[in-house]
Write a protein that binds this ligand. Sequence first.
Ligand SMILES: NC(=O)c1ccc[n+]([C@@H]2O[C@H](COP(=O)([O-])OP(=O)(O)OC[C@H]3O[C@@H](n4cnc5c(N)ncnc54)[C@H](OP(=O)(O)O)[C@@H]3O)[C@@H](O)[C@H]2O)c1
Length: 284
Amino acid sequence: MKTILIQLDTDPLPSSFDRVVAVDAGVDKLFCYGSVTPENVIGLVHGAMFTRGPADLKNTAIFVGGSDVTAGETLLQKVIDTFFGPVHVSTMMDSNGSNTTAAAAVLALGQHVDLSASDVLVLGGTGPVGERAAQLLAREGATVRVASRSLGRAQTVCDRIAERVPGSRLAACENDSETTTNNVDAIIAAGAAGVQFLSQDIWSDIESLKVAIDLNAVPPVGIEGIEVTDKAADKTGKICYGAIGVGGFKMKIHKAAIQKLFTTNDAVLDTEAIYEIGQELLND
Ligand SMILES: NC(=O)c1ccc[n+]([C@@H]2O[C@H](COP(=O)([O-])OP(=O)(O)OC[C@H]3O[C@@H](n4cnc5c(N)ncnc54)[C@H](OP(=O)(O)O)[C@@H]3O)[C@@H](O)[C@H]2O)c1
């Protein structure tokens, strides 16, 4: 039986990026819909639920995407709420690459440090990628500093993560306060495209710093001196990754997650589940 991926995009034009990855992941048929909202999605989900028998439902899956991550989260919830009993198809959410990028960044970091014993600063930690990276780090037992231009926004993110990850060690901080980088073991810069947070002379002088990961590919990069293609590059004794250096693994995670959708009819691949798929890839 042919595999069918139903791509529900919150933008008017369904993402070409997500379509290419679906094809490369081996999906047989791809149905793409744009401007999908919680109001108009129910019929599309019913179309996935009621067309194939229970044993064949695992050959149909749903992907939620689009540039607006909050809209994607709301849409994912509506899709899940529309399923009932065993009449379910597997679903993945990766609006704006938020889940796959955060997973790839944290897994790259975990190759070099013991996350559970690390103090990690997430710059731009209030964005969709930063918040997810901070959440995954907290689950791994890291001490996490969530940084923002606004202490209040950083605190809101910390509070949300603390609810999802009981016992997590989180601290809200400002991007550029003097103490933000004190004794930090690692930095993930997840700020908006084209925003630089750290100059090279500052981060190369942080004695405790072992790993620096910058997810911003648009000049100026988020951490000065990191090249977008850096992948475990040694710079002044620190291990560095740039956006493309992380992006290769992010693509592998995305493809593997699409493939995983077709192994069962009831998976929901969101932040943690996508991270676990990345872990499996590393262990293979
Ligand atoms: N490599 C990849 O494959 C890949 C995939 C997806 C995304 N990305 C990159 O990952 C990064 C994070 O993505 P995202 O969607 O989470 O980013 P985002 O929402 O656009 O921005 C993240 C945070 O940056 C801060 N920010 C915005 N403008 C700023 C400014 N002018 N000065 C200082 N801080 C500013 C904001 O925090 P506050 O307002 O709280 O300060 C915002 O919450 C981006 O650079 C994106 O391009 C890479």
